[in-house]
Design a protein around this ligand. Structure first.
Ligand SMILES: C[S@@+](CC[C@H](N)C(=O)[O-])C[C@H]1O[C@@H](n2cnc3c(N)ncnc32)[C@H](O)[C@@H]1O
Length: 340
């Protein structure tokens, strides 16, 4: 766009900008032109510029970029009905963006991917997330925009985690829970992080430095390899032992601990009594389960009853971590063993 301009030597750039601002002659909707040794400042239509300030002329200017959209959906030129069927939220893991789409919008997934790639600062690749599958809870992903694979580094609670979203479970939606459990650990405790994935609970606990030992196990060797990669970079690695082993093999000879974390929401209940049996008197278990909303209030006491012979247990608290489906939630239960 053409505008009246004040052209000055580059060395006078800052002085000129200040002078023009002070007298209200500088246009703020256009960008200053860089002409090598000279700069051209866009001027308002009216107002006299003292001759000593430089040469008044005419130039072509580029507009200042408008403020970006507040939602990625605004970048899609779709009919309103389709646009509002798109989810508002998505996940960001390192430089990877993950989105779930309703089946009817999957044919247009590449448009959605392109919009997210533009919208999220620093995004490298966008994956259509078809959920976690199998016992190892690996994510079913399809690249819909950008380049490269699913290996990245994700910063959570001040720790840079090595993550491979296709080979081992990780969800950024548990960040608060990882930090909450770490904050409960008391000085000198030994902690068992069972089904640790890439180790976000174990790492947050070790970072805080109160636990004397953290044992992190997972049946998926890829998860343990990623945890070891993170451990190789952090200064608190010495307190963590990472083992690729299944619960079935680990539990019969597990050393006693003061606190156990069992985050295996679909099948964890079948291991819970054996896990509870490894916890010392006055210890805690942080147990996670997908619970139908209608059963949430009674589920805690059912779980405590299921521990019948593994010491005297009580439900310390329970809370929803996040909704899981229209009718169920991921619920965290803190179970406390009596002093005995
Ligand atoms: C929901 S993920 C938990 C990840 C982790 N705790 C976190 O907060 O990110 C469940 C994990 O349990 C592991 N797993 C499944 N069955 C197992 C078993 N029988 N023994 C040990 N780990 C198992 C999976 O490989 C997966 O990494």
């Amino acid at each position: 766009m053409n505008s009246r301009a004040l052209v000055v030597p580059r060395t006078e750039g800052e002085t000129t900008r200040r002078r023009l601002r002070e007298v209200g002659l500088l246009r703020t909707d256009l960008r200053v032109r860089n002409e090598g040794e000279r700069l051209a400042f866009p001027l308002t239509e009216v107002g006299t510029v003292p001759a000593a300030w430089g040469e008044v002329s005419e130039r072509e200017f580029r507009p200042v970029a408008a403020a970006g959209p507040r939602e990625y959906r605004q970048l899609l030129d779709w009919p309103d009905a389709q646009r509002s069927a798109l989810p508002r939220s998505f996940d960001v893991v390192g430089d990877v963006v993950l989105i779930r789409l309703p089946a009817e919008l999957e044919p247009r997934r590449r448009d959605v991917g392109a919009a997210l790639l533009r919208f999220v600062p620093g995004a490298r690749v966008v994956g259509l997330d078809r959920g976690v599958k199998g016992t190892e809870r690996r994510r079913d992903l399809e690249r819909i925009a950008g380049d490269g694979g699913w290996t990245t580094r994700h910063r959570e609670n001040g720790i840079e985690l090595d993550v491979d979203l296709e080979r081992a479970y990780f969800s950024p939606r548990l960040a608060h829970e990882h930090e909450r459990v770490a904050a409960e650990v008391l000085r000198g405790e030994t902690v068992a992080d069972l089904c640790c994935g890439v180790g976000p609970f174990a790492l947050a606990i070790a970072r805080d430095g109160r636990a004397s030992r953290v044992t992190a196990i997972d049946a998926n060797p890829a998860a343990i390899e990623l945890l070891r990669r993170t451990l190789s970079r952090v200064r608190f690695a010495a307190r963590v032992e990472a083992r690729a082993v299944a619960l079935e093999e680990f539990l019969p000879a597990a050393p006693p601990c003061d606190r156990a974390i069992l985050n295996l929401p679909l099948e964890g209940i079948k291991y819970l009594p054996s896990v509870a049996a490894t916890v010392r008197p006055s210890g805690r278990v942080h147990y996670y389960e997908l619970v139908p909303r209608s059963a949430r209030e009674r589920r805690g006491s059912e779980i405590v009853r299921s521990l019948g012979r593994a010491g005297s247990w009580e439900l310390v608290e329970h809370h929803v971590v996040h909704p899981y489906s229209p009718r169920s939630d991921l619920v965290a239960f803190t179970l406390g063993r009596g002093p005995e």
